[in-house]
Each structure stands twice: as structure tokens, then as C-alpha cells.
Design a protein around this ligand. Structure first.
Ligand code: GUN
Length: 277
């Protein structure tokens, strides 16, 4: 029997736990507030930003919203970040990516104070993760670890294969699995014989951004398969980087798309927002 890992249900549970924590802290006079900045009005970004603001409202933390025009200069954005860094009422700062082409994302990410870097994208946060120090951790890979733990899936000693080496998912995912004592292989577009490497995995995490790349030829019997991808197919339905139907019977557990990893990203963002409460 394959276990379907229900990220939507776990995410709801985490948000309810945080709601209780926030209420208790509020009684002690402690509050959190997330500043969300969006530059331009890319429709997908607007959906994400709205979901983040709604989640803040649900768990009872404040949110400040900055909707800046597409033509906003990099200097204007940086000076807003400077003022939010200084603002004691703001505990977290999130700049929704992607940014318009005339703005350098790396410069913007570096300007956010590491103390308020709830996305975990600042090089200080990434460095802290890589040497095992405390800091903000990127939300999606943190959500994957949380799912594995809440489903009692042992990581220690397991062969963990991560496909995709992005700064936001693949690399921090590998670091987190290593922190949990997994034996980690990080694959990418130049990996030779990807099928054979994936087939070794007890835990296979896929974040490559290619619809249904991973089929039964990549999956060992009994493996746990975590699908970080999300794509809209021509028929309007969503699919992941994994061919779900094709690998389902082989896996001991699998995350569906939608309803697997996706909802965990916002839950972990909320967890990060409450980190220093
Ligand atoms: N754009 C897509 N995903 C993310 C995310 O997790 N954080 C930010 N800031 N922008 C994104």
C-alpha cells in the first residue's frame, strides 16, 4: 500500500499550532509582523503574495503589504528595505521573486537583514545552514523535512537523492537531508546516468522544473518520492516533476501535486515568521 503524503492536511495542522503559539505570545505582549513587497503585477506572484497575507491573518500575525510599480528603481526598492530593516514593528521581510529585469535580485536579497530574512535566501542564512548554525531556512526544503518527520519517515542513514541544484530548493534540500544524517547525492543536468542514481534512492526529492520527468525507471521499489515541481498541463490540470500514476505502485510513500509539498511552503514561511517570537 502506497501512503499518499497529505501536505494540505499537515500544513493546516502546523498553521493551527502556530495560531495557538501566536495567541500565547500575544498574551505576553509579543507580536510578529511580515512585510511583503511585490514589484509589478505578475498574476502568479499576486496569487502567492495574497496567500501569504491570508496565512498571516489566519495565524494572527500582522502583515504589511507594499505593491510597487513595475518601473520602481532598484534604489527605491533598496531604500524601502533599509527602512523595514530599521522598523522594530517588522519582524520579517519578504520580497516576492521574480523581480523585473532592471533590478538585480542578488543585490536585493543581500540588502534584507539576516535577522528578518524569513525566506532564508540571504548568503548569511545559507552559510549558517551549511555549517549547522541557527538561522532562517528556505521554506520549501524545510517543508519537505517537516513532511518526512510528521510521517515518521526515517532519514538517518538513508540514501537520499535530490534532483535539481537551485539555490532555493535543491542545494538547501541536500544540506537539510545531510543535517538529518542522510547519505546525500545531489543531481543536476550534467549528472551521468540519472536513472541509475535515482534508482539507488530510499528518499528521492525531485525539483527540476520538468513535467513528469521521473517515471518508474527512476524509482526503486519501496522508495519515498517527494515531488517539488508544479506545472499546468494543456488539459488545465496540474502535474509535478514526477509521473505520479507511473511510479505510484512502486513507492512506499509519495507526495501528490497539488496538495503535497506546495502547501508546506507557506506553513514554513509562517513558522519562520514566528521563529523569534
Ligand atoms: N517566488 C516563488 N517562490 C518564492 C519564494 O519562496 N519566496 C519569494 N520571495 N519569492 C518566490
Amino acid at each position: 500500500m502506497t501512503v499518499i503524503i497529505d501536505g494540505k492536511a499537515v500544513s493546516k495542522r502546523i498553521k493551527d499550532e502556530l495560531k495557538e503559539l501566536v495567541a500565547n505570545k500575544k498574551a505576553q505582549g509579543k507580536t510578529a509582523c511580515l512585510a511583503v513587497i511585490q514589484v509589478g503585477n505578475d498574476p502568479a506572484s499576486s496569487v502567492y503574495v495574497n496567500n501569504k497575507k491570508k496565512a498571516c491573518e489566519y495565524i494572527g500575525i500582522g502583515s504589511k503589504s507594499y505593491e510597487l510599480k513595475e518601473e520602481t528603481s532598484q534604489e527605491e526598492l533598496l531604500s524601502l528595505i533599509d527602512s523595514l530593516n530599521e522598523d522594530d514593528d517588522v519582524s520579517g521581510i519578504l520580497v516576492q521573486l521574480p523581480l523585473p529585469g532592471h533590478i538585480n535580485e542578488d543585490t536585493v536579497i543581500r540588502r534584507i537583514s539576516p535577522k528578518k530574512d524569513v525566506d532564508g535566501f540571504h548568503p548569511m542564512s545559507v552559510g549558517a545552514l551549511s555549517i549547522g548554525e541557527d538561522g532562517f531556512v528556505s521554506c520549501t526544503p524545510q517543508g519537505v523535512i517537516e513532511l518526512l518527520k510528521r510521517y515518521d519517515i526515517e532519514i538517518s542513514g538513508k540514501e537520499c537523492v535530490v534532483v535539481g541544484r537551485s539555490n532555493i530548493v535543491g542545494k538547501p534540500m541536500a544540506m537539510l537531508l545531510l543535517r538529518e544524517n542522510g547519505t546525500v547525492t545531489l543531481c543536476h543536468s550534467k549528472t551521468r546516468d540519472l536513472k541509475a542514481v535515482c534508482k539507488r534512492a530510499d528518499i528521492l526529492v525531485v525539483a527540476v522544473g520538468k513535467p513528469k520527468l521521473i517515471d518508474h525507471e527512476y524509482v526503486k521499489e519501496g522508495a519515498v518520492v517527494i515531488d517539488v515541481g508544479i506545472h499546468r498541463m494543456e488539459n488545465g490540470k496540474l502535474c509535478g516533476d514526477v509521473d505520479y500514476e507511473d511510479v505510484y505502485d512502486l513507492c512506499s510513500a509519495i507526495t501528490p501535486v497539488p496538495g503535497g509539498v506546495g502547501p508546506m511552503t507557506i506553513a514554513m514561511l509562517m513558522k519562520n515568521c514566528c521563529k523569534n517570537l
